[in-house]
Design a protein around this ligand. Structure first.
Ligand SMILES: Nc1ncnc2c1ncn2[C@@H]1O[C@H](COP(=O)(O)OP(=O)(O)OP(=O)(O)O)[C@@H](O)[C@H]1O
Ligand SMILES: [Mg+2]
Length: 328
Protein backbone atom coordinates (compact mmCIF):
# COMPACT_ATOMS: atom_id res chain seq x y z
CA UNK A 1 0.00 0.00 0.00
CA UNK A 2 1.39 3.42 -0.85
CA UNK A 3 0.36 6.74 0.65
CA UNK A 4 -2.05 7.52 -2.19
CA UNK A 5 -4.15 4.55 -1.17
CA UNK A 6 -4.42 5.67 2.44
CA UNK A 7 -7.55 7.85 2.25
CA UNK A 8 -9.45 5.18 0.33
CA UNK A 9 -8.49 2.27 2.58
CA UNK A 10 -9.10 4.43 5.65
CA UNK A 11 -12.78 4.45 4.70
CA UNK A 12 -13.10 0.73 4.00
CA UNK A 13 -15.18 -1.35 6.44
CA UNK A 14 -12.26 -3.74 6.91
CA UNK A 15 -10.00 -0.89 8.04
CA UNK A 16 -11.58 -1.32 11.46
CA UNK A 17 -9.73 -3.89 13.51
CA UNK A 18 -12.95 -5.56 14.72
CA UNK A 19 -14.27 -6.12 11.19
CA UNK A 20 -12.94 -9.17 9.38
CA UNK A 21 -14.10 -10.44 6.00
CA UNK A 22 -17.05 -12.39 7.46
CA UNK A 23 -18.30 -9.42 9.51
CA UNK A 24 -17.92 -7.15 6.52
CA UNK A 25 -20.01 -9.48 4.36
CA UNK A 26 -22.61 -9.68 7.11
CA UNK A 27 -22.69 -5.86 7.44
CA UNK A 28 -22.91 -5.39 3.68
CA UNK A 29 -25.75 -7.86 3.41
CA UNK A 30 -27.53 -5.93 6.17
CA UNK A 31 -27.21 -2.67 4.23
CA UNK A 32 -24.04 -1.19 5.75
CA UNK A 33 -21.69 -0.71 2.85
CA UNK A 34 -19.31 1.86 4.28
CA UNK A 35 -18.05 3.49 7.47
CA UNK A 36 -20.34 6.42 6.72
CA UNK A 37 -23.33 4.06 6.77
CA UNK A 38 -22.34 2.85 10.24
CA UNK A 39 -22.08 6.42 11.54
CA UNK A 40 -25.30 7.61 9.91
CA UNK A 41 -27.45 4.71 11.10
CA UNK A 42 -26.00 4.45 14.63
CA UNK A 43 -25.55 1.54 17.12
CA UNK A 44 -29.23 0.67 17.69
CA UNK A 45 -29.89 0.32 13.97
CA UNK A 46 -26.71 -1.68 13.43
CA UNK A 47 -27.71 -4.02 16.23
CA UNK A 48 -31.28 -4.42 14.99
CA UNK A 49 -30.28 -5.00 11.36
CA UNK A 50 -27.38 -7.38 11.99
CA UNK A 51 -28.32 -9.17 15.21
CA UNK A 52 -24.99 -8.11 16.81
CA UNK A 53 -25.22 -7.09 20.43
CA UNK A 54 -25.52 -3.39 21.15
CA UNK A 55 -22.06 -3.12 22.75
CA UNK A 56 -20.32 -4.46 19.67
CA UNK A 57 -22.49 -2.25 17.44
CA UNK A 58 -21.52 0.78 19.53
CA UNK A 59 -17.83 -0.11 19.26
CA UNK A 60 -18.10 -0.42 15.47
CA UNK A 61 -19.94 2.88 15.24
CA UNK A 62 -17.36 4.68 17.40
CA UNK A 63 -14.45 3.17 15.47
CA UNK A 64 -16.07 4.24 12.21
CA UNK A 65 -16.48 7.78 13.52
CA UNK A 66 -12.83 7.83 14.61
CA UNK A 67 -11.68 6.73 11.14
CA UNK A 68 -13.82 9.39 9.47
CA UNK A 69 -12.42 12.01 11.84
CA UNK A 70 -8.87 10.89 11.06
CA UNK A 71 -9.62 11.08 7.34
CA UNK A 72 -10.96 14.63 7.73
CA UNK A 73 -14.48 13.63 6.66
CA UNK A 74 -15.95 14.41 10.06
CA UNK A 75 -14.97 17.13 12.47
CA UNK A 76 -12.76 15.99 15.34
CA UNK A 77 -14.49 15.42 18.67
CA UNK A 78 -12.34 18.11 20.29
CA UNK A 79 -11.68 21.13 18.16
CA UNK A 80 -10.87 24.77 18.84
CA UNK A 81 -13.53 27.41 18.28
CA UNK A 82 -11.11 29.12 15.90
CA UNK A 83 -10.95 26.03 13.69
CA UNK A 84 -14.74 25.73 13.83
CA UNK A 85 -15.05 29.40 12.89
CA UNK A 86 -12.76 28.96 9.90
CA UNK A 87 -14.75 25.90 8.81
CA UNK A 88 -17.96 27.89 9.03
CA UNK A 89 -16.53 30.73 6.98
CA UNK A 90 -15.86 28.26 4.19
CA UNK A 91 -19.17 26.37 4.56
CA UNK A 92 -20.77 25.84 1.17
CA UNK A 93 -24.14 27.41 0.47
CA UNK A 94 -26.63 26.99 -2.34
CA UNK A 95 -28.79 29.79 -3.67
CA UNK A 96 -32.55 29.40 -3.42
CA UNK A 97 -33.00 31.64 -6.46
CA UNK A 98 -34.22 34.49 -4.26
CA UNK A 99 -31.67 37.01 -3.00
CA UNK A 100 -33.87 37.86 -0.05
CA UNK A 101 -34.27 34.24 1.00
CA UNK A 102 -30.53 33.69 0.55
CA UNK A 103 -29.85 36.70 2.77
CA UNK A 104 -32.23 35.32 5.41
CA UNK A 105 -30.24 32.09 5.36
CA UNK A 106 -26.95 33.97 5.73
CA UNK A 107 -25.91 33.55 2.10
CA UNK A 108 -27.91 30.53 0.94
CA UNK A 109 -28.92 27.06 2.07
CA UNK A 110 -26.17 25.70 4.27
CA UNK A 111 -24.48 22.33 3.78
CA UNK A 112 -23.93 20.11 6.85
CA UNK A 113 -27.23 21.29 8.30
CA UNK A 114 -30.94 20.49 8.19
CA UNK A 115 -33.15 23.43 7.22
CA UNK A 116 -36.89 23.14 7.77
CA UNK A 117 -39.45 25.28 5.97
CA UNK A 118 -42.98 25.18 7.26
CA UNK A 119 -46.15 27.00 6.41
CA UNK A 120 -49.71 26.73 5.24
CA UNK A 121 -50.63 25.11 1.90
CA UNK A 122 -49.60 27.15 -1.14
CA UNK A 123 -47.01 29.23 0.71
CA UNK A 124 -44.20 28.02 -1.58
CA UNK A 125 -42.51 25.13 0.23
CA UNK A 126 -42.53 22.86 -2.80
CA UNK A 127 -41.60 25.75 -5.12
CA UNK A 128 -38.52 26.53 -3.01
CA UNK A 129 -37.51 22.86 -3.15
CA UNK A 130 -37.85 22.86 -6.95
CA UNK A 131 -35.84 26.08 -7.20
CA UNK A 132 -33.05 24.63 -5.09
CA UNK A 133 -32.93 21.56 -7.35
CA UNK A 134 -32.41 23.90 -10.32
CA UNK A 135 -29.73 25.96 -8.57
CA UNK A 136 -27.65 23.21 -6.90
CA UNK A 137 -26.33 21.66 -10.18
CA UNK A 138 -25.06 25.10 -11.29
CA UNK A 139 -21.44 25.94 -10.64
CA UNK A 140 -20.42 27.86 -7.56
CA UNK A 141 -20.04 31.14 -9.43
CA UNK A 142 -23.74 30.93 -10.31
CA UNK A 143 -25.12 30.11 -6.88
CA UNK A 144 -24.88 26.33 -7.13
CA UNK A 145 -22.79 23.60 -5.56
CA UNK A 146 -21.93 21.78 -8.78
CA UNK A 147 -23.68 18.65 -7.55
CA UNK A 148 -26.83 16.61 -7.82
CA UNK A 149 -30.01 16.63 -5.78
CA UNK A 150 -32.09 13.83 -4.27
CA UNK A 151 -35.79 14.67 -4.03
CA UNK A 152 -37.75 12.45 -1.65
CA UNK A 153 -41.32 13.14 -2.73
CA UNK A 154 -43.90 12.00 -0.19
CA UNK A 155 -46.84 14.04 -1.49
CA UNK A 156 -46.52 13.32 -5.20
CA UNK A 157 -45.91 17.00 -5.94
CA UNK A 158 -42.54 16.81 -7.67
CA UNK A 159 -43.02 17.98 -11.27
CA UNK A 160 -40.20 17.73 -13.82
CA UNK A 161 -42.09 20.17 -16.06
CA UNK A 162 -41.86 22.74 -13.28
CA UNK A 163 -38.08 22.19 -13.23
CA UNK A 164 -38.04 22.86 -17.00
CA UNK A 165 -40.15 26.01 -16.67
CA UNK A 166 -37.91 27.39 -13.89
CA UNK A 167 -34.84 26.63 -16.05
CA UNK A 168 -36.39 28.36 -19.07
CA UNK A 169 -37.31 31.43 -17.05
CA UNK A 170 -33.73 31.59 -15.76
CA UNK A 171 -32.02 30.86 -19.10
CA UNK A 172 -30.60 27.64 -17.74
CA UNK A 173 -30.24 24.59 -19.96
CA UNK A 174 -32.81 22.11 -18.53
CA UNK A 175 -31.31 18.78 -19.65
CA UNK A 176 -28.34 18.96 -17.32
CA UNK A 177 -30.62 19.93 -14.43
CA UNK A 178 -33.10 17.12 -15.14
CA UNK A 179 -30.19 14.65 -15.23
CA UNK A 180 -29.01 16.03 -11.89
CA UNK A 181 -32.18 15.34 -9.90
CA UNK A 182 -32.74 11.87 -8.49
CA UNK A 183 -36.38 11.49 -7.47
CA UNK A 184 -37.52 8.93 -4.90
CA UNK A 185 -41.26 8.68 -4.37
CA UNK A 186 -42.11 7.51 -0.87
CA UNK A 187 -45.46 5.77 -0.64
CA UNK A 188 -45.67 5.48 3.15
CA UNK A 189 -43.57 6.23 6.21
CA UNK A 190 -41.86 2.81 6.21
CA UNK A 191 -40.92 3.34 2.56
CA UNK A 192 -39.68 6.85 3.37
CA UNK A 193 -37.42 5.36 6.07
CA UNK A 194 -36.12 2.70 3.68
CA UNK A 195 -35.30 5.37 1.09
CA UNK A 196 -33.37 7.46 3.60
CA UNK A 197 -31.43 4.38 4.77
CA UNK A 198 -30.33 3.87 1.16
CA UNK A 199 -29.51 7.50 0.53
CA UNK A 200 -25.89 7.50 1.75
CA UNK A 201 -24.36 5.30 -0.94
CA UNK A 202 -26.37 7.17 -3.62
CA UNK A 203 -24.94 10.48 -2.38
CA UNK A 204 -21.37 9.22 -2.67
CA UNK A 205 -21.84 7.47 -6.02
CA UNK A 206 -23.52 10.47 -7.68
CA UNK A 207 -21.90 13.55 -6.17
CA UNK A 208 -25.12 14.65 -4.49
CA UNK A 209 -25.04 18.01 -2.68
CA UNK A 210 -28.70 18.48 -1.73
CA UNK A 211 -31.28 16.19 -0.14
CA UNK A 212 -34.91 17.35 -0.20
CA UNK A 213 -37.68 15.68 1.81
CA UNK A 214 -41.03 17.17 0.78
CA UNK A 215 -42.78 16.61 3.15
CA UNK A 216 -40.98 14.97 6.08
CA UNK A 217 -44.00 14.61 8.33
CA UNK A 218 -47.03 14.02 6.08
CA UNK A 219 -46.96 10.20 6.06
CA UNK A 220 -46.47 10.03 9.82
CA UNK A 221 -49.41 12.35 10.35
CA UNK A 222 -51.63 10.34 8.05
CA UNK A 223 -50.68 6.93 9.39
CA UNK A 224 -50.42 7.49 13.12
CA UNK A 225 -53.72 8.91 14.16
CA UNK A 226 -54.87 9.69 17.65
CA UNK A 227 -53.16 9.95 21.01
CA UNK A 228 -52.59 6.20 21.38
CA UNK A 229 -50.06 6.15 18.53
CA UNK A 230 -48.48 9.51 19.27
CA UNK A 231 -45.44 8.19 21.09
CA UNK A 232 -44.72 5.60 18.39
CA UNK A 233 -45.05 8.29 15.73
CA UNK A 234 -42.69 10.64 17.55
CA UNK A 235 -40.18 7.87 18.09
CA UNK A 236 -40.12 7.02 14.39
CA UNK A 237 -40.00 10.65 13.37
CA UNK A 238 -37.17 11.25 15.84
CA UNK A 239 -35.13 8.45 14.32
CA UNK A 240 -35.85 9.69 10.79
CA UNK A 241 -34.82 13.25 11.64
CA UNK A 242 -31.60 12.15 13.34
CA UNK A 243 -30.60 10.05 10.36
CA UNK A 244 -31.16 13.11 8.17
CA UNK A 245 -29.01 15.23 10.46
CA UNK A 246 -26.20 12.67 10.44
CA UNK A 247 -26.43 12.38 6.64
CA UNK A 248 -25.97 16.15 6.34
CA UNK A 249 -22.87 16.08 8.57
CA UNK A 250 -21.30 12.86 7.33
CA UNK A 251 -21.78 13.50 3.62
CA UNK A 252 -21.41 17.29 3.74
CA UNK A 253 -24.75 17.88 1.97
CA UNK A 254 -27.49 20.44 2.48
CA UNK A 255 -30.75 18.92 3.70
CA UNK A 256 -34.07 20.72 3.37
CA UNK A 257 -37.33 19.37 4.74
CA UNK A 258 -40.81 20.78 4.45
CA UNK A 259 -43.43 20.67 7.15
CA UNK A 260 -47.07 21.60 7.45
CA UNK A 261 -48.76 23.55 10.18
CA UNK A 262 -51.72 22.73 12.31
CA UNK A 263 -54.03 24.95 14.26
CA UNK A 264 -52.94 25.53 17.77
CA UNK A 265 -54.70 27.07 20.72
CA UNK A 266 -51.42 28.58 21.96
CA UNK A 267 -50.31 30.81 19.13
CA UNK A 268 -46.95 31.86 17.70
CA UNK A 269 -46.50 35.35 16.26
CA UNK A 270 -50.17 35.99 16.75
CA UNK A 271 -51.05 33.13 14.35
CA UNK A 272 -53.11 30.25 15.65
CA UNK A 273 -50.81 27.77 13.90
CA UNK A 274 -47.74 25.77 14.73
CA UNK A 275 -45.56 23.37 12.75
CA UNK A 276 -46.42 19.67 12.95
CA UNK A 277 -44.04 17.07 14.25
CA UNK A 278 -43.73 18.68 17.67
CA UNK A 279 -40.45 18.96 19.54
CA UNK A 280 -38.84 16.16 17.59
CA UNK A 281 -38.74 18.11 14.34
CA UNK A 282 -38.16 21.42 16.11
CA UNK A 283 -35.10 20.19 17.98
CA UNK A 284 -33.48 18.32 15.14
CA UNK A 285 -33.73 21.01 12.45
CA UNK A 286 -30.75 23.37 12.55
CA UNK A 287 -32.72 26.23 10.98
CA UNK A 288 -36.49 26.70 10.85
CA UNK A 289 -38.20 29.08 8.47
CA UNK A 290 -41.85 29.99 8.64
CA UNK A 291 -43.60 30.93 5.38
CA UNK A 292 -46.67 33.13 5.26
CA UNK A 293 -48.78 34.78 2.57
CA UNK A 294 -48.50 38.54 2.12
CA UNK A 295 -50.78 39.59 -0.70
CA UNK A 296 -49.27 38.14 -3.87
CA UNK A 297 -45.91 37.71 -2.18
CA UNK A 298 -44.69 35.56 0.68
CA UNK A 299 -42.99 36.35 3.97
CA UNK A 300 -40.21 34.06 5.17
CA UNK A 301 -39.28 34.35 8.81
CA UNK A 302 -36.28 32.75 10.52
CA UNK A 303 -37.86 31.42 13.69
CA UNK A 304 -35.16 29.18 15.07
CA UNK A 305 -31.45 29.32 14.42
CA UNK A 306 -28.36 28.94 16.59
CA UNK A 307 -27.02 32.26 15.27
CA UNK A 308 -29.44 34.13 13.00
CA UNK A 309 -31.56 36.88 14.52
CA UNK A 310 -35.31 36.40 14.21
CA UNK A 311 -35.74 38.41 11.01
CA UNK A 312 -38.09 38.17 8.07
CA UNK A 313 -37.90 38.88 4.34
CA UNK A 314 -40.28 39.14 1.43
CA UNK A 315 -40.02 36.82 -1.56
CA UNK A 316 -42.22 35.94 -4.50
CA UNK A 317 -43.29 32.86 -6.41
CA UNK A 318 -42.98 33.29 -10.15
CA UNK A 319 -42.09 31.43 -13.35
CA UNK A 320 -38.55 31.56 -11.94
CA UNK A 321 -39.60 29.60 -8.86
CA UNK A 322 -38.56 31.36 -5.66
CA UNK A 323 -37.68 34.93 -6.64
CA UNK A 324 -37.62 38.52 -5.40
CA UNK A 325 -40.68 40.78 -5.53
CA UNK A 326 -38.88 43.92 -6.68
CA UNK A 327 -37.28 42.30 -9.67
CA UNK A 328 -40.00 39.99 -11.01
N1 LIG B 1 -45.44 28.53 -12.69
C1 LIG B 1 -45.73 29.28 -11.63
N2 LIG B 1 -45.64 30.62 -11.69
C2 LIG B 1 -45.96 31.39 -10.64
N3 LIG B 1 -46.36 30.91 -9.46
C3 LIG B 1 -46.47 29.57 -9.34
C4 LIG B 1 -46.16 28.70 -10.40
N4 LIG B 1 -46.36 27.44 -9.99
C5 LIG B 1 -46.77 27.53 -8.72
N5 LIG B 1 -46.84 28.81 -8.32
C6 LIG B 1 -47.27 29.34 -7.01
O1 LIG B 1 -46.92 28.41 -6.02
C7 LIG B 1 -48.05 28.15 -5.18
C8 LIG B 1 -47.97 26.73 -4.72
O2 LIG B 1 -46.85 26.64 -3.89
P1 LIG B 1 -46.33 25.26 -3.33
O3 LIG B 1 -46.81 24.14 -4.14
O4 LIG B 1 -44.87 25.43 -3.16
O5 LIG B 1 -47.04 25.26 -1.92
P2 LIG B 1 -46.69 24.38 -0.66
O6 LIG B 1 -46.26 25.35 0.39
O7 LIG B 1 -45.76 23.29 -1.03
O8 LIG B 1 -48.13 23.84 -0.26
P3 LIG B 1 -48.59 22.39 0.31
O9 LIG B 1 -48.59 22.53 1.80
O10 LIG B 1 -49.94 22.21 -0.25
O11 LIG B 1 -47.62 21.37 -0.18
C9 LIG B 1 -49.25 28.39 -6.04
O12 LIG B 1 -50.32 28.79 -5.26
C10 LIG B 1 -48.76 29.51 -6.93
O13 LIG B 1 -48.99 30.73 -6.23
MG1 LIG C 1 -45.94 21.24 -1.21
Amino acid sequence: MNDDDAPKTALDLCSIEEIGIATRTHLENSGFKSLKDLVVRGPVDISEATGMDIEKSAILCNRARQRLEDAGVLEKSFVTARKLYNNRLTAERASTGSRNLDALLGGGLETRAVTEIFGEYGTGKTQICHSLCVMVPQDRAHGGLGGKAIYVDTENTFRPERIVSICNARNIEPDHVLDSIIVAKAYNSAHQELIIDETGPIIDANGVKLVVVDSAVAHYRAEFLGRATLSERQQKLNKFMHILLRISETYGVAVIITNQIQSSPDSIFGDAFRPTGGNVVAHTSTYRIYLKRSGRNRIARMVDSPYHPETEVLFSLSEKGAADPDKD
